[in-house]
Design a protein around this ligand. Structure first.
Ligand SMILES: Nc1nc2c(c(=O)[nH]1)N[C@@H](CN(C=O)c1ccc(C(=O)N[C@@H](CCC(=O)O)C(=O)O)cc1)CN2
Ligand code: MG
Length: 294
């Protein structure tokens, strides 16, 4: 069997078209222009690219987009002051603090001051708690992207065995909760899980978010399973170049899976557009308007 590829770029483009329409409607009918503020601390090259793409996408949708770049040596107090100022700015509806942060800045301290209504990454304790209680307003971007891809490729996940490898706040925990809310039977695995290969072989939906290149091997995949690869690992390639690979050994897994996300061009490609969807939702909610169903 050779798996069908799940094309994240194509699904992201469809969502982008809907967001462009909805943004134009909010502006025409209510004079509302969604505003996204990005905060980058330091000079991590990958983070610089992601943040630039977030600002470019926001502008392409017709949002207001502002960027704040603080030095690698910025203090925690400087970052907290900036976040408080953005909380208070009525033209900003979404605040995005790019992760990871330099080591002198505690991620938790930043999330504790971020206004949950503007937390378009859905990482604050309030938004994480709302997801846990089944009342989420804003959902973390890559997990939300995963759910869109699953719905549009395999349909309902109710009753299926789903395995999420990885338990980060950014992906693993919210992804498991979303799958559970959609009535999948969810297992969470991590670095201490025993017999991981065997646990993987039970999964109808295998989600890998471990951060280790090609860690999940092809013979760990149940024949016909849906594989969602969240890893983005830059590894050495021929002629002194580098290439991106996921957490799944793609060439092996594609021979056993029913559906699989490539890296790049899979679930990662949904992240930024889902951030824009959250910004639009946050803008409507802050303006007291009905939340758009995009
Ligand atoms: N505050 C946040 N920090 C981080 C997040 C996040 O959602 N919020 N996620 C990642 C990085 N990230 C966005 O910030 C991100 C990762 C990947 C992609 C993406 O488009 N992936 C492409 C390949 C991109 C490439 O060529 O490098 C794909 O998979 O096709 C977008 C955004 C950590 N930090
Ligand atoms: Mg830190």
């Amino acid at each position: 069997m050779t798996a069908a590829l799940i094309d994240g770029k194509a699904h992201a483009a469809k969502l982008k078209a809907r967001l462009i329409e909805e943004t134009a409607r909010l502006k025409a009918e209510h004079g509302l222009v969604p505003g996204l503020a990005t905060v980058l601390v330091g000079n991590d090259p990958a983070s610089e690219v992601y943040v630039r793409n977030k600002n470019k996408t926001a502008e392409a949708l017709g949002f207001k987009s502002v960027h704040h770049h603080l030095a690698e040596t910025a203090s925690e107090a400087e970052v907290l002051d900036l976040v408080r100022a953005l909380n208070a700015d009525p033209s900003v509806h979404g605040i995005l603090v790019q992760m990871p942060l330099p080591k002198q800045i505690r991620e938790q301290a930043v999330l504790d001051v971020l206004d949950p209504a503007k937390d378009v990454d859905a990482l604050t304790p309030t938004n994480a708690g709302l997801l846990l209680s089944g009342r989420a307003k804003l959902v973390s971007c890559t997990p939300a992207g995963m759910m869109i891809l699953l719905k549009e490729t395999i349909g309902a996940v109710a009753g299926l065995e789903a395995l999420v490898i990885g338990r980060s706040l950014l992906f693993g925990k919210p992804a498991a909760l979303l799958l559970q809310a959609a009535n999948a039977t969810v297992t969470m695995a991590h670095s201490k899980t025993r017999d991981l290969a065997e646990v993987c072989r039970r999964a109808d939906i295998l989600v890998a978010a471990i951060g280790k290149p090609e860690f999940v091997r092809g013979d760990w995949v149940k024949p016909g399973a849906t594989v969602i690869d969240v890893g983005i690992n830059r590894v050495p390639a021929a002629e002194g170049k580098t290439k991106l690979v996921g957490d799944v050994a793609f060439a092996e897994a594609v021979e056993r899976a029913g559906h699989i996300t490539p890296v790049p061009g899979g679930v990662g490609a949904m992240t930024i557009i889902c951030l824009m969807r959250n910004t639009l939702i946050a803008a409507a909610a802050l303006a007291g308007l009905a939340v758009p169903s995009v």
